[in-house]
Ligand binder design. Structure first.
Ligand SMILES: [Zn+2]
Length: 65
């Protein structure tokens, strides 16, 4: 039985960030501790809900920062 938790054991959080992209503009997103991921270009916050980043554009919140 493959362990679903062991899909990318060597991937660091930084490397994971490099793989993430804004679903709207395909640009890079920035991690904001305790909040989620922000796309500066779209000014949208993709919140982390139950430890799972929600990258649905419809669920993204306005980001003023
Ligand atoms: Zn974007």
């Amino acid at each position: 039985m493959p362990d679903p938790r062991a899909t990318s054991p060597s991937l660091s959080f930084k490397e994971l960030l490099d793989l993430l992209a804004c679903p709207k503009c395909k640009g890079t997103v920035r991690h904001v501790e305790g909040r989620g991921f922000v796309c500066e270009a779209c000014r949208l916050l993709y919140a982390i809900e139950d430890e799972i980043p929600n990258f649905l554009v419809d669920d993204a919140k306005p980001w003023a920062g």
